[in-house]
Write a protein of this length. Structure first.
Length: 170
């Protein structure tokens, strides 16, 4: 279930189960009022489109280190990587690191060629097209991508990363 819907669902259940419910309001109205109150107290980390672009640059710079652990540090502990050159979904830091050992051997550098950025409270997404230049072979690899970043209270980390080779047919 969508993580954004869980708090609303929990509030609806709580509102329906509360014994001292204000009977002049429906459970949905009460839940909405509670949710609105919660939203006013939740602090949203500041971020803008330039910051999101810089998060991609941080990830790309970590590729240049050649160190899989440096790349994996960009990902939240609970995150998913749907990698460009593998059909296996990577959930754990160890699974991600194993993928990047293989991927970094080709000495990739990514360049975004098209993007759309969306920003919410403590979450941001960056989706589009990028091209990897593989320095080891000189090959260019066109792919589509989505990075979803989430604020963990200290820094922005990737919680979802999908990358797939761009199909050649339309």
């Amino acid at each position: 279930m969508n993580n954004k819907l869980m708090p609303l669902l929990a509030l609806l259940v709580l509102a329906a189960c509360t014994s001292n419910v204000n009977t002049s309001q429906s459970p949905q109205e009460q839940a909405s009022k509670q949710l609105t109150s919660r939203q006013h107290t939740e602090a949203c980390a500041p971020i803008n489109e330039v910051d999101v672009v810089n998060l991609f640059k941080r990830w790309n710079a970590s590729l240049q280190t050649g160190q899989p652990k440096a790349v994996v540090e960009n990902y939240a502990k609970r995150s998913i990587l749907l990698p460009t050159l593998s059909g296996a979904n990577r959930f754990t830091p160890q699974e991600k690191e194993a993928y990047f050992v293989h991927f970094l051997a080709s000495k990739p550098t990514g360049e975004v060629t098209q993007r759309q950025i969306d920003i919410g409270c403590n979450i941001a997404s960056d989706s589009g097209l990028y091209t990897f230049t593989l320095a080891k072979t000189g090959e260019k690899l066109d792919a589509r991508y989505t990075f979803v970043y989430q604020w963990d209270g200290q820094k922005w980390l990737i919680v979802s990363h999908h990358s797939s080779v761009l199909p050649t047919n339309e």
